[in-house]
Design a protein around this ligand. Structure first.
Ligand code: GLN
Length: 352
């Protein structure tokens, strides 16, 4: 089939009505309510861990060679509430590379620096329906990266990071993600070197973005900074704090530092809701009912706006690259903790 015929049969990817004129919205109504007490959360984390620790479906990612060495038995779960109380079970202190979860926080920092309308225009906020490293997605959209949570959009976003050199951009990213976590984050040098030696596909995507005029910085240096940001080491306890910062209007609940504006937190969660689990983002939202973001080393963050964040880690992945146990645990905990933003009860006029 000729390319033009194939193209003609595909959905219309042109801009939808909401993006025509997209001012930053005023959000008077925010998610309220709170998490149960920490003893109850810990009991539910233990229950989630017991339920899923023997689940051995899925495969450890090995397209980045050093990720293939991960122990598939690892399983950690952490929750941090917006009032700054944290609790964890399992391998919550085990450090692993953050991978694609970094995309969320780099996007938030760039959104804070450039603003709602600019990131919508330059990066996009729509799901591709295709794998995170799809070249075809970029071709089908005439070079529009579509959203910051696939590799094309993530590298576009990294190219937009303030700073005129790759060192300056990297320092900005490392500092910003460390502020989300509440302490300095280090690079896993082995993972960085392993991915840097095998990231030809990402370099090709960055070059393709450049050919479409969508790359604002040198594509190869951008790919390198992106690869480093993916190699930052975190634990599930860190991820829970980072997620809770997004749940808390951009203020880290442990350090009290405002990392990004509340409106930026809100924008970031909206993008996570549409695209956080790639082509399975719809399944995720349907089942879990809150924004999430996965990474190929096996981490997932789940954010309950106004309540708190969940960080999970387990290396076996589904076909889209999302941790199998992490997704199950998030669904169980979302239901048990009452996180789902779509769930409501009818107003009781007697109760007032
Ligand atoms: N560094 C990885 C890559 O670019 C991140 C992918 C992911 O976590 N989904 O392939």
């Amino acid at each position: 089939m000729a390319y033009s015929e194939r193209h003609a049969t595909l959905p219309d990817f042109s801009t939808g009505a909401l993006a025509d004129d997209a001012p930053a919205a005023v959000h008077e109504a925010v998610s309220t309510g709170s998490l149960p007490d920490v003893e109850r959360i810990t009991a539910l984390l233990e229950s989630a861990h017991a339920r899923y620790r023997d689940l051995d479906t899925g495969k450890v990612a090995d397209y980045i060679p050093s990720l293939g060495n991960a122990d598939p038995a690892l399983f950690g779960l952490s929750v941090c509430g917006v009032v700054g109380r944290s609790t964890s079970v399992g391998d919550a202190a085990y450090p692993f590379s953050i991978q694609s979860i970094s995309k969320v926080f780099v996007f938030a920092l760039v959104c804070h620096a450039l603003g709602h309308s600019e990131v919508s225009r330059l990066v996009g906020v729509n799901n591709t329906g295709l794998p995170f490293n799809s070249v075809m997605a970029l071709e089908l959209s005439d070079g529009d990266p579509r959203n910051p949570l696939v590799n094309a959009g993530a590298m576009t976003t990294t190219g937009l990071v303030p700073g005129t050199t790759s060192d300056a951009k990297w320092a900005f990213i490392r500092d910003g993600l460390s502020r989300f976590a509440g302490h300095p984050l280090d690079v896993d040098e082995a993972v960085y070197e392993s991915e840097a030696a095998t990231n030809q596909r990402n370099m090709a995507i960055a070059r393709l973005l450049e050919s479409y005029g969508r790359m604002q910085f040198d594509p190869i240096q951008t790919t390198d900074v992106y690869t480093k940001q993916c190699s930052l080491l975190v634990t599930t306890a860190d991820l829970a704090v980072m997620a809770a910062t997004l749940a808390n209007g951009g203020v880290n609940p442990i350090t009290g530092e405002k990392v990004v504006d509340a409106s930026v937190s809100r924008d970031t969660l909206a993008v996570m809701a549409t695209s956080g689990l790639y082509e399975f983002s719809g399944d995720w939202l349907f089942e879990v009912g809150v924004p999430g973001k996965s990474g190929v080393s096996g981490g997932i963050i789940t954010v309950a706006p106004g309540k708190g964040g969940l960080g999970t880690f387990s290396p076996r992945l589904d076909a889209a690259g999302n941790s199998v146990r992490g997704q199950r645990a998030a669904r169980y905990l979302s239901h048990a903790l009452g996180l789902d933003v779509f769930a409501s009860k009818a107003f009781d006029p007697q109760a007032g």
